[in-house]
Write a protein that binds this ligand. Structure first.
Ligand code: XMP
Length: 516
């Protein structure tokens, strides 16, 4: 049985994926569709509810995204948020005007009842971000919330099951945002909450078995969260019909390759093929110092090894990959976020084409409908170790982009040791959950130091730790001085060839998270 469906209609706002995630957190399956999805297509999907998202525009801009008036004849319960709220009012004959003063940030609103606000106190704080507002409601609608600067912070027409809020219930700054979404989904639309991760695992395993039959499946395993969880699911579905190919280019963190191998060979039923090829990579990278060239070589070598191994295994049956939902979403602003097509191959988070001579019966993406948080929840339920499921992002080219200048075996070793010490200290300090990414960099700089009575001339280690929501921008983490002191002390004492430590205090922009 298919899940009950809510559609998030994307008008290009910045919180659209967040809305979809919040809906899923309420136990309701939802998909994001572009604002210009044909009405026939929407109808055919039989959604039990639709949410119009925010958007960056004014409804009066010529280029702003609109919706046909006939949409409202479909009779689907609908919630408009921010731009979606203004669009609903405007399309149905109301008026939208520019505010004398934009509302931005946490704002107190009061409501006068209505289904959306059941169990929400009369006054509460919400997140507002708008310069237009609804100044006149369409016929048959009533306003049921306001703020000091916004006379219509919410409106409704229960007879037609149309509701709208000027604020953003999906943002955590909106105190009762979750209740408001829940009220819309359960009390207005009548969802019953059938989106449950345990059920997802059972039904996906069933579907995979049906689809795959007795054929084989090959999956490229990187040791990242997505491919690991995809491997776990496939293993549960088809056991030894699955072969995971794990290319260890020798640029992973300390002991990581062995950890991945142990996890998948001991905990899961599958064929596990590990290709150790550090020497091949070192040879290809010899003398190369340009960051772009290094990246290119690492990428090219990786796929050469990977596809060769697949040819050797025999490309029969299906090819699986760990694509997740955000990789596939077509944004209302154009196809910015996603890559859409299932034909692209995702390994190490890079999209590459499958060579022409390799032909599988099809591509399988068992996580194609899930958000990252859901992938992690599935991973935990499948028994994949916490360390893998909550692994911080790690770039495809691995330590190759953290060793500045030429990459050598000795430098890899120094960086692996230094990085392991830094991560260990962060774990012990109890601040790990506050950091989105933290790692060591080997900048290829030697400095003079003194060790005992001896002069040293050895490596500098830079440490990097960032906080961020989406990695588009990032701030350097304010790690307590005593933690930095411990890290510095341990790095100089425990890691051979390190005699100086610096902390990278550059935000992004102007810096990037990685050094190369
Ligand atoms: P930057 O350095 O661009 O990094 O600020 C943003 C995030 O992306 C990760 N990153 C990569 N991930 N392949 C990947 O899969 C890559 O080539 C790559 N380069 C950077 C980086 O670790 C950070 O999380």
């Amino acid at each position: 049985m298919a899940n009950q469906l809510c559609i998030v209609l994307d008008f290009g706002g910045q919180y659209n994926q967040l809305i979809a995630r919040r809906v899923r957190e309420c136990g309701v399956y939802c998909e994001i569709k572009r604002f210009d999805t044909p009405l026939e297509e929407i109808k055919a999907l039989s959604p039990m509810g639709v949410i119009f998202t925010g958007g960056p525009n004014s409804v009066y801009d010529e280029t702003s995204p609109h919706i046909a008036k006939e949409y409202f004849d479909l009779g689907i319960p609908t919630l408009g948020i921010c731009y979606g709220c203004q669009l609903m009012a405007y399309t149905l004959g109301g008026t939208v005007e520019s505010c004398t003063r934009s509302e931005y940030g946490k704002i107190e609103v009061s409501h006068s009842g209505g289904t959306l606000f059941s169990n929400v106190p009369e006054k509460s704080v919400v997140w507002m971000s708008h310069t237009d507002f609804v100044s006149k409601l369409p016929e048959g609608f009533r306003g049921n919330a306001s703020s000091a600067d916004c006379p219509v912070a919410a409106f409704e027409c229960p007879e037609r099951k149309l509701y709208a809020v000027q604020f953003h219930p999906e943002v955590t700054h909106s105190q009762f945002g979750k209740e408001i979404l829940h009220n819309f989904l359960y009390d207005v639309c009548g969802f019953t909450g059938d989106w449950v991760m345990d059920d997802f695992i059972d039904s996906t395993v069933r579907k995979l078995r049906e689809q795959i039959g007795d054929k084989k499946v090959i999956l490229g395993l990187s040791g990242g969260v997505d491919s690991s969880v995809a491997a776990g699911l496939l293993s549960r579905a088809i056991g030894k019909q699955l072969t995971c190919v794990f290319v260890d280019q020798g640029l992973m963190r300390k002991d990581e390759g062995n950890f991945v191998e142990e996890t998948f060979t001991k905990l899961f039923d599958m064929n596990f093929v590990r290709v150790n090829c550090q020497q091949k990579f070192l040879t290809a990278l010899k003398g190369v110092t340009d960051p772009e060239q290094k990246r290119k070589i690492i990428g090219t070598e990786f796929y050469n090894v990977f596809w060769d191994k697949i040819r050797e295994q025999g490309a029969e049956g299906f090819f699986a990959q760990g694509t997740i939902y955000p990789d596939r979403i077509e944004s209302g602003k154009g196809n910015q976020a996603g890559h859409g097509s299932t034909a692209v191959i995702k390994t190490h988070h890079n999209m590459v084409k499958m060579p022409d001579d390799i032909k599988f019966d099809g591509v399988i993406e068992p996580l194609g409908d899930l958000f990252k948080d859901e992938v992690r929840a599935v991973g935990e339920k499948l028994g994949i170790p916490h360390e893998l499921v909550w692994r911080q992002p790690f770039p495809g080219p691995g330590l190759g982009v953290r060793i500045i200048g030429e990459i050598t075996e000795e430098k890899i070793k120094i960086l692996q040791e230094a990085d392991a010490v830094f991560r260990d200290e962060i774990r012990k300090s109890g601040i790990e959950s506050e950091l989105k990414q933290f790692f060591a960099v080997l900048p290829d700089v030697r400095t003079v130091g003194v060790m005992g009575d001896h002069r040293t001339y050895d490596h500098l280690i830079a440490i990097r730790a960032v906080t961020t929501d989406d990695f588009m921008t990032a701030d350097w983490a304010r790690i307590p001085y005593d933690v930095l002191a411990k890290v510095s002390n341990r790095l100089c004492n425990e890691v051979e060839h390190v005699n100086r430590v610096v902390y990278d205090i550059t935000s992004k922009p102007p810096g990037t998270v990685e050094w190369e």
